[in-house]
Design a protein around this ligand. Structure first.
Ligand code: XIL
Length: 602
């Protein structure tokens, strides 16, 4: 008896101390951290998944916002004309309200999940407007005051950055978008109304089109309150086209229109089975995105598209996105254990509260060297008497001979005796790098001419659209014509000119991108050579944006970059100026070097 009692009491003690220990060890949940940050961390939920106890438990304890994954879409809510079914939507509202979660309604108008009666129906414009109004009034009206945010229109811009041709667009016209917002506002004047889309998180052609569209809506008084950036990403995207800087810039410009921004459908997919390396990069992506949103005053929520990897639309083989049955794109694994990405999101939230991190995902304090501008240049000298201009000062100044006239034909004969500068260093440099560039610049009385002779055993083009020109082989010339070499933003007269190697196959439609590049009125010719490719380009000295005078020793801000790819994405970044150590010239012109005119007849 006694023995047994002792056994029981020690067992009791053991359980007791384990319980207190784990309670002490327990870190705050994402939900607690988000609430302390006055922020929302949400998840999309499909009603069917609530029967899984782990799913419901994690959802309620870790998230303070909920999005119906499908329950609010038109095909679910109004499967027959005028026959509404709110059974599942009501269940979700119930769950959200029981657990004190804010609801993001998603979505009233979308080209997918269109009920057949509407898709195949034969309606006049007026009838279609009536259907749109009835639908929105009924759905938004039913939950008036209970749904804080609504995605009113979803994915109305297509992959060519044009208004998508949808059933609504065809029946009503482009103003179906305005009408949807007006009806939603009428149904619930206090709900915050969002436009939501994918592929437009960073700075690109599509996000520009969306920016233009919503800024026009704001200026016409259409009741729009925000933009949702979906965030269906692939591992590594946050080191690339959706860098924190790019995402931050896009959020800020939308915010400055008076709009709120939310990351509405975040997931980070990958190919194959998730290795530790994949899960770590995924964690960094989650960190970068959450941290960027959190630190930006205009960004108020991050919603993941699901709770754990057990249930994700990316594993639904009935959908077009089904590529990888092993994909693990979310914060919790298939058994609802937190993944590295979970701790990464926690760390972004903790950092904002001044708490110590629980993982090592946060990058160490940035120690980007700043190199101050060289003002005292050495006496100009020519190492070879035949040179038309002096030797350049490495990474600091280039002497541009004038007047020298150039024909844009891909031949370098007319560039004889013009000094070349070799660029073979930069922040992104693969092992055994074999890519380099020699550039030269001259002027005559009408144009500034650029030459880039690129050595590259494998010229890669045709993989990316011009909106993402910098992800494959391309040359960049930058100019600051404002006279202020310390200018640190892209004001008028400061341009980044990105010229894709792909121009060699399509000279009629120039593939030219970069900040303010339209101001430069660039003409460019690209030809392939035995060792790589040659770019010749000209920009007028007089344009609407500037008036450049090539007088002896006059100077401009100037920079040259080379982007190299071996097939996938950019893997090489070479930079001329010594001031730009971290590839920031695209957003900070104070990192350019100088171009100094040199009169060959003086
Ligand atoms: C998806 C859901 O996750 C799936 O369950 C459904 O079968 C199809 O739609 N962008 C959106 C979301 O705006 O509504 C989509 O959701 C995913 C892509």
């Amino acid at each position: 008896m006694r023995v047994r009692f002792r056994f029981l009491s020690s067992l009791f003690l053991l359980i007791f101390s384990w319980a207190t220990l784990s309670a002490q060890d327990q870190e705050p949940t994402l939900r607690e951290l988000a609430t302390q940050n006055d922020f929302h961390i949400g998840a999309a939920v499909y009603t069917y998944h609530l029967t899984n106890a782990d799913h419901s438990r994690v959802l309620a304890s870790e998230f303070n916002m909920l999005t119906p994954e499908n329950e609010a879409k038109m095909c679910e809510v109004q499967p027959q004309q005028d026959r509404f079914d709110f059974t599942r939507f009501d269940q979700l509202m119930d769950f959200a309200e029981t657990n004190d979660m804010v609801v993001r309604g998603h979505t009233l108008v979308w080209h997918n999940c269109m009920p057949a009666w509407l898709q195949n129906g034969d309606f006049t414009r007026d009838e279609a407007i009536q259907i749109l109004r009835d639908h929105i009034m009924t759905v938004v009206g039913r939950y008036q005051g209970r749904i804080a945010y609504w995605d009113v229109v979803n994915e109305a811009i297509d992959d060519n950055s044009q208004i998508r041709e949808t059933v609504w667009q065809q029946l009503i016209g482009d103003d179906y978008i305005d009408l949807a917002f007006q009806f939603a506002h009428e149904a619930d004047p206090n709900a915050l109304l969002f436009y939501n889309d994918y592929g437009a998180e960073g700075m690109n052609q599509k996000s520009n089109a969306i920016y233009d569209m919503v800024s026009d809506m704001v200026s016409r008084g259409i009741p729009i309150n925000g933009v949702g950036l979906q965030g269906h990403f692939t591992v590594g995207d946050s080191n690339n086209w959706v860098s924190p800087a790019n995402l931050g810039r896009n959020i800020t410009r939308l915010g400055e229109l008076g709009l709120e921004v939310q990351i509405t459908e975040l997931d980070v997919r990958h190919a194959g089975v998730a290795t530790d390396a994949i899960l770590e990069q995924q964690a960094r992506d989650y960190y970068n995105i959450t941290q960027t949103c959190l630190e930006n005053p205009y960004c108020t929520a991050v919603v993941t598209w699901g709770v754990g990897d057990r249930f994700t639309w990316l594993r639904d083989s009935n959908l077009g996105f089904f590529e990888n049955p092993d994909v693990e794109p979310l914060l919790f694994d298939v058994d609802y254990a937190p993944k590295p990405a979970y701790y990464a999101v926690a760390d972004a939230l903790r950092e904002a509260l001044g708490l110590d991190p629980v993982s090592d995902v946060a990058p160490a304090e940035e120690t980007t060297e700043t190199v101050s501008r060289v003002v005292d240049l050495p006496e100009p000298t020519k190492s070879d008497d035949a040179q038309l201009a002096p030797d350049s000062v490495d990474g600091v100044a280039y002497y541009a001979a004038f007047p020298v006239s150039i024909t844009l034909d891909g031949s370098t004969d007319d560039w004889a005796n013009v000094p070349r500068v070799t660029v073979n260093q930069g922040p992104q440099l693969p092992e055994n790098n074999d890519t380099s560039m020699k550039f030269a610049v001259v002027a005559d009385t009408e144009y500034l001419y650029f030459l880039a002779e690129v050595t590259d055993s494998n010229v890669v083009y045709g993989n990316y659209d011009v909106s993402e020109w910098y992800r494959e082989d391309s040359v960049e010339f930058y100019l600051n014509t404002t006279g202020d070499l310390d200018a640190s933003t892209y004001e008028d007269g400061i341009v980044q000119i990105g010229i894709m190697a792909g121009n060699l196959t399509q000279p009629e439609t120039p593939l030219i991108g970069g900040g303010n590049s339209a101001q430069a009125q660039v003409n460019a010719v690209v030809v392939q050579t035995e060792t790589g490719y040659i770019v010749e380009a000209a920009v007028p000295l007089q344009t609407d944006a500037w008036s450049i005078e090539p007088a002896h020793l006059n100077s401009l801000g100037f920079q040259a970059h080379l982007n190299g790819s071996s097939g996938e994405d950019r893997d090489t970044k070479l930079i001329w100026s010594i001031y730009d150590t971290a590839d920031q010239s695209w957003q900070d012109p104070s990192l350019f070097g100088e171009l100094i005119f040199w009169n060959i007849n003086q």
